[in-house]
Design a binder for this molecule. Structure first.
Ligand code: GDD
Length: 409
């Protein structure tokens, strides 16, 4: 049997995701109309003999309760949220719930970061891992040399695929091959994490008996029960025939900012063509709006037949899109109203916001730039004939004049 664990983090993480994470935990922010965490969860369905999916995080339990119960029913696989009372790091969090995870006596445990967007080739990784042997296999991808430093960089044996060297976010370039934040382990991972605890306790004890200068370094060191999978497990175990790599040639992105969520929404919408075509709006119905490219429209949203939608548009529950409106590359959240002839391009329009008649809400489309995507927080009102370009507007603001390249607090 196999168990999957998804690390969802907590409210002190995901700060770069503001203002969107002010309303909803980042893992529940919709990409292609589905909560971010829904994409790795539904990828887990392809794992043979999957017994359980656990979400581990330090958000309040009630924030995930509704989602967890509805997705369990839908997938017919038990999905459970386990709350850490404080952050323990990716490996420390996993270890603290080892009794739950080992309950089903799993032969393998998948561990997935929730803030990555990829095709999650999980069954393929498991097959590769069984051939390699060892304690774990890491999903890896080649990225450009300029962007590699934002991730864990690694070196793998080209023939055996063994992980030979691992450095987390290095200052000087190591390799274009990076850690995707998706792993499969045998239960031996728990012994490896326990070894790190023991070493830490040993060092702390040594410091206690050797006094002053040691005392100084002890104050700087991280807590004994905080264990990071990357620095504390992958780095020391590289080159010991315990860890292997599986390279994906498919898409992969990390979702740390609102701009990247727009890019990842496009990637997931495109993937729906192959995995869930029924979720995509079709442009063949003459009574409906004109649809171009990949578009998701929630069944409760009302879109005027003369509106033009797409490509890369996702429209959430109870949104209303007026006559002649034009939407391109945007995420429209619940209860938004877009009035007649308004234009929204490269933008995210927050819950209960409204965009007035003949108004324009637009970003430049550079998903990596801070103001490359225009973002309206919750309950923002853009009045008629107002132009909002490359700006971020915090919740509850009313805009009655045009703005450009501004952060409106
Ligand atoms: N439950 C829980 N508890 N989750 C956590 C904790 C914790 O204490 N700390 C981090 N996470 C979750 C985050 O929500 C995220 O999904 C994942 O674990 C990794 O977060 P970070 O530890 O902040 O690392 P990162 O995202 O900057 O980088 C990691 O992922 C990259 C791939 O996206 C590293 O492993 C990199 O090497 C890797 O390239």
């Amino acid at each position: 049997r196999v168990v999957a664990v998804i690390m969802v983090g907590g409210p002190t993480k995901g700060t770069r995701f503001r203002p969107l994470s002010l309303n909803v935990p980042k893992p529940l922010f919709p990409l292609a109309g589905q909560p971010m965490v829904h994409h790795p969860i539904s990828a887990c369905r392809r794992i043979p003999n999957l017994a359980q999916i656990y979400l581990i995080g330090f958000y309040e339990e009630r924030e995930f309760a509704l989602y967890v119960s509805s997705i369990s029913n839908e997938l017919r696989v038990p999905v459970r949220y386990l709350r850490e009372e404080k952050p323990r790091g990716s490996a420390g969090g996993l270890y603290s719930f080892r009794d739950y995870i080992l309950e089903d006596n799993p032969s393998h445990i998948f561990l997935l970061n929730c803030d990555v967007c990829c095709s999650f080739p999980l069954p393929e990784m498991l097959d590769a891992h069984k051939i390699y042997g060892g304690m774990g296999t890491v999903l890896v991808i080649k990225v450009s040399a300029e962007s590699a430093h934002q991730f864990g960089e690694l070196v793998a044996d080209p023939i055996t695929k063994e992980l030979l060297h691992y450095t987390e976010k290095p200052e000087t370039f190591v390799s274009e091959l990076i850690n995707c934040g998706v792993y499969v382990f045998t239960p031996a991972i728990f012994a490896a994490i326990q070894d790190v605890f023991m070493q830490r306790r040993g060092k702390a004890e040594l410091r206690r008996v050797t006094s002053f200068e040691a005392l100084q370094s002890a104050t700087k060191s991280i807590p004994a029960d905080y264990v990071r999978l990357d620095q504390d497990i992958l780095s020391p175990l590289a080159g010991k025939k315990e860890l292997y790599t599986y390279e994906t040639l498919d898409f992969w992105e990390q979702i740390k900012t609102p701009g990247m969520s727009l890019k990842c929404s496009a990637l997931y919408l495109h993937q729906f063509r192959y995995t869930s075509p029924h979720l995509l709006a079709s442009g063949n119905n003459t009574k409906r709006a004109a649809i171009t490219g990949d578009v998701y429209i929630h069944p409760s949203a009302k879109v005027h037949p003369t509106a033009k939608i797409g490509p890369n548009v996702s429209i959430s529950a109870n949104a209303r899109i007026g006559a002649g409106a034009r939407l391109i590359s945007c995420i429209i959240l619940d209860d938004v109203e877009i009035l007649e002839n308004a234009v929204v391009i490269h933008a995210i329009v927050g819950w209960k916001s409204s965009v007035g008649k003949w108004s324009r809400v637009q970003g430049g489309g550079d998903y990596n730039a801070k103001l490359g995507v225009t973002i309206l927080g919750e309950s923002v009102a853009v009045e008629d004939e107002v132009v909002v370009i490359n700006s971020i507007v915090l919740p509850n603001k009313t805009l009655n004049g045009s703005v450009q390249e501004e952060i409106i607090l």
